[in-house]
Design a protein around this ligand. Structure first.
Ligand code: DC
Length: 233
């Protein structure tokens, strides 16, 4: 169920949306640490469900098959910004959800209505408990400010030039021992942007969101800017 205005409570909710490679995860964890908040990576949930489907031989391009399997795995998201991780049927997943196979399949899985219904409700429950227990949570994804928690007092759309986003993704891949040509990463990023745009609006800011362009900023500068927004500076 969508959150009502009564659910604003005393907790802080910071919604950070943005496309692939915009630096959302590092930024969101940094903001959560600075403000002593919890942290939820919603992309990791879509990735974990996709990983499970691939492991169980579900044809991820078949929307009916994905919908039929969407409720089967048990998912639990950790919300500690220093101990982030997602558990699927009791198994903690870290690098598995960042594989090339998951990268290639996740947009299609995330486009299936039953998947979104399940995960959006789980995300709202997570925000509800963080707000109820205080002090609050940073939630990152694609549709947080517009769909998951439209009453978030702080909404940020984090972006960067596509070439810069591709370079950051490339650095992550190289760090994980999966280095490849920059042009391949750029093409893959453009494909993901286009595929994600069928479901969410990865290249547009939600109404009421402040646009933060990280193209020429360091991670610390982006974190500082968002902390300032949350504090009303
Ligand atoms: O941010 P990411 O690359 O980890 O996201 C993985 C995929 O999940 C991406 O293709 C878009 C999708 N996603 C989504 O549809 N809605 C969200 N709130 C978060 C991610």
């Amino acid at each position: 169920m969508s959150p009502s205005q009564d659910e604003r409570g005393g907790g802080i909710v910071i919604a950070i949306d943005g496309p692939s490679g915009s630096g959302k995860s590092s930024t969101s964890r940094g903001v959560a640490r600075r403000l002593g908040l919890r942290y939820l990576d919603t992309g990791a949930q879509y990735r974990a469900l996709t990983w499970w489907m691939l492991e169980h031989g579900v044809e991820t391009t078949d929307a009916d098959a994905v919908a039929a399997a969407s409720l089967l795995p048990q998912l639990a998201s950790a919300t500690d910004p220093d101990g982030y991780g997602i558990t699927v049927d009791g198994r903690v997943l870290v690098d598995e959800i960042r594989s090339a196979e998951v990268d290639a399949a996740v947009s299609k899985v995330a486009g299936v209505h039953a998947v979104r219904t399940r995960l959006i409700e789980a995300q709202r429950e997570c925000v509800r408990s963080a707000v109820a227990e205080g002090p609050g949570i940073v939630v990152e994804g694609r549709d947080i400010a517009e769909v998951v928690w439209p009453i978030a007092p702080t909404k940020v759309y984090l972006t960067a030039d596509q070439a810069v986003r591709a370079a950051r993704r490339e650095a992550e891949h190289a760090g994980a021992g999966r280095g490849r040509e920059a042009a391949v990463t750029l093409a893959e990023l453009a494909r993901r942007d286009a595929e994600d745009a069928k479901t969410t609006r990865p290249l547009d800011a939600a109404p009421g969101a402040v646009v933060v362009d990280g193209t020429h900023l360091t991670l610390d500068e982006v974190v500082e800017e968002i902390v300032g927004l949350a504090k009303g500076r």
